[in-house]
Design a protein around this ligand. Sequence first.
Ligand SMILES: [Fe+2]
Length: 311
Amino acid sequence: MLVTQASTTSPPIPHAFLPHQHQVLYRNLGSAGRLKWLNKERRCIKKVGPSTITAKFELKPPPYPLNALEPIMSQETLEYHWGKHHRAYVENLNKQIAGTDLEEMSLENVLVTSYHKGDIIPAFNNAAQVWNHDFFWESMKPGGGGGPSGDLLKLIERDFGSFEKFLDEFKTAAATQFGSGWAWLAYKETRLDVGNAINPAPSDEDKKLVVVKSPNAVNPLVWGYYPLLTIDVWEHAYYLDYQNRRADYISVFMDKLVSWEAVSLRLEQAKAQVEEKEREDERRRQEEEKFTTSEATEEVYLDSDVDADAE
Ligand SMILES: [Fe+2]
């Protein structure tokens, strides 16, 4: 029997995420097609024995006791799901990254770097599953459910038509994810992920809420989205309580477990990060413009000097 976490009165702190920083990583990886550190990683794994593996990432407990979601999600489910499955992802990830360059990165950067634009390397599945489960526990709270309010509700109504239509879309995504995976509500920028693309000027209408589903460990961070809410639809998430009735599990998750406060806070964080990214882009654009103008001016002076010498 696993030890149940001590009760806490502090509110859950939604998982932080920084999708825009990953673009920098991609740019630094070059265009060779394979990451430079792959060979180094293999070398290091050969050198490092089990006794030298350090625990870089830790198993983070849910922000409530393991019996706090009963009767909707049982303590037994949490003991297996968090205490065994989530724990195994953390332990396996630490073994995989020991002695590699990934060991120096944040969990988010391990996840996106090892995804490698779909040509994944082994650490990805464990890194993503650690992140996904931290995010999943923090997506729920005892006495959750109901509905969103404020800006979140306004965006849901703008982008889905109504909260009821959003619920239908989210439940359908979760129910129709074939096999293991996840369904997500995410905040998406409409930015073109194409080299040399000229992106349109950003506007409020560009930034939309979307519902997406993903197979196995895949997380919308790898597409540059900002995750806001997720439901785990791997069988280990619901089989002890609902057996094969995934639809019942999804319905009760939305009705009784979702922490809309956490989702709202994540939306605010996402919007703030997008605004900061836009300010950075604008600063960079102005600097490039200034540099181009000064270069052109310099050329004019040089041409004038040549003309004067010729006379
Ligand atoms: Fe899970």
